[in-house]
Design a protein around this ligand. Structure first.
Ligand code: PLP
Length: 447
């Protein structure tokens, strides 16, 4: 007999669908040898120019008297190194003209941890003092799914997300774009925050400035924060392939991360928010982990001040991923038969192509399994549609329940896969060839 786990232990300590999948991908990679086409993970590419910069910065830290001893030998305050927080604020002021200071900046152990703190602070049950039998927990509204799978299991209480099915804009024969369906969004008093990733993992969607402004209006009217997860966004790593106007004010919370800049191993991200939220982040950092890792902050700080980070994003990182995106799309056009009912989401940012196969006769999980057997690793799309079922509870009015039921039973969820284009060109091409073959076979076997 095992020891009894608490609610918290059950929620976070018993694994998750995506945890199993990532494990599965990792094992397949470890045992599969060179033939494996790893198109599944969110790992940033190792660019020689970037690796050289990180090596140089580590050498500089070693050479500066007393510096490395301080970096590895000291606890910094729970909110992060103050000079680093000042440099982040100064960069955002210079680049975007935002009115903020270090008091609007908290360091967290990766964006993942920052979002975990934010979601559980802003949604879930009210503190015990105010709870009555009728009190329902607040939720995080995801105005557009598919959305980042890493959110799905972050609740320490009950179901945390209320997701909205988007509108699909079909573009030409083989492209499409998700749009926020504002008619379907209701920000009632059970919504504690609205959240989007921009660019979106898994689709490469970049919500338009109009969509962000409209979400901002909704958030302001309900007086809840609009959280924008900028793991791939501006000012770093800025893997965005079209013009947008980054926005922040005290109604908003942004998360930025050093991971996709090329430093995922340093587990460093920042939350940009009003001071009340920043103080909460510091409190949680100290309770959960005392302090953050110092290395990422130390490596990047002078590069924020000198502008080197922005030069790297505009001259190395963004052009690299844009070229990869174009290459992957060219492979799809060349390899997939024009008759195949496939559509690729407009690739506007991040590291992924999101492929939709309309009326696919097999579930995306089965497609994943068949591809894995042929040593091609992708992420089956259904994992990214979470928070829809929750809206089907019977207490909602029949009319609304009907609509929401449709959301949950939406077959589109089983017809998509996410394919990373961060890998070498030959791996991408070989993987896409095999995806094309398996898709042909799936449609043919149904006729
Ligand atoms: C959209 C999005 N948000 C947040 C994260 C978390 O990244 P990290 O914790 O490495 O900053 C990721 C990682 O892949 C992501 O894709």
């Amino acid at each position: 007999m095992g020891w009894k786990f608490s609610h918290f232990g059950d929620q976070l300590g018993r694994g998750s669908g995506i945890g199993e999948l990532m494990d599965d991908l990792g094992h397949a990679l470890a045992t599969g040898g060179d033939e494996v086409c790893m198109l599944g993970g969110g790992q940033p590419a190792h660019l020689p120019e970037l690796d050289a910069v990180w090596r140089r910065r580590c050498q500089e830290l070693l050479e500066e008297p007393g510096r490395i001893e301080a970096v590895v030998g000291n606890y910094e305050p729970p909110l992060g190194n103050q000079a680093f927080r000042e440099s982040i604020a100064a960069l955002l002021q210079r680049r975007f003209g935002w009115n903020l200071s270090f008091e609007n900046v908290a360091v967290t152990a990766g964006g993942q941890t920052g979002l975990f703190f934010l979601f559980n602070t802003l949604a879930g049950p009210d503190s015990l003092a105010g709870v009555s039998a009728e009190t329902q927990p607040r939720q995080v509204l995801l105005p557009l799914v598919p959305e980042y799978i890493g959110y799905a299991n972050q609740s320490v209480s009950g179901p945390l997300f209320r997701s909205i099915r988007p509108q699909l804009e079909l573009i030409g024969d083989h492209q499409f774009k998700y749009r926020v369906d504002f008619d379907a969004i209701e920000v009632d008093d059970k919504v504690g925050a609205i959240c989007v990733s921009r660019p979106t993992n898994p689709t490469g969607n970049v919500l338009t400035d109009f969509e962000i402004d409209h979400l901002h209006e909704l958030a302001s009217s309900a007086d809840v924060p609009l959280i924008i997860d900028q793991a791939y966004g501006s000012p770093f790593p800025d893997v965005i392939f079209r013009e947008i106007k980054p926005r922040w004010d005290e109604q908003m919370i942004l998360t930025l991360s050093l991971s996709k800049l090329g430093l995922p191993g340093t587990r460093t991200a920042v939350v940009i928010a009003r001071p009340e939220i920043i103080q909460a982040m510091g409190s949680m950092n100290s309770i959960v982990g005392l302090a953050n890792s110092n290395l990422g902050q130390a490596i990047v700080k002078p590069m924020l001040d000198s502008g080197e980070v922005c030069d790297l994003t505009s001259q190395v990182i963004r052009p690299f991923y844009q070229r990869k995106s174009e290459f992957a799309q060219r492979c799809v056009r060349e390899i997939f038969s024009d008759q195949l009912p496939y559509r690729i989401h407009l690739s506007e940012g991040a590291f992924f192509l999101w492929m939709w196969f309309e009326d696919l006769p097999i579930h995306s999980q089965e497609l994943y399994r068949r591809l894995k057997e042929r040593k091609v690793l992708v992420v089956p799309g259904h994992h990214f549609f979470f928070g829809l079922e929750d809206a089907c509870r019977s207490e909602v009015e029949p009319q609304v329940a009907g609509n929401r039921m449709n959301q949950a039973n939406w077959k589109h969820q089983e017809e998509c896969i996410r394919v990373s284009f961060a890998m070498p060109d030959e791996v991408i091409r070989r993987g896409i060839e095999i995806v094309g073959e398996e898709i042909e076979r799936a449609y043919q076997s149904a006729t």
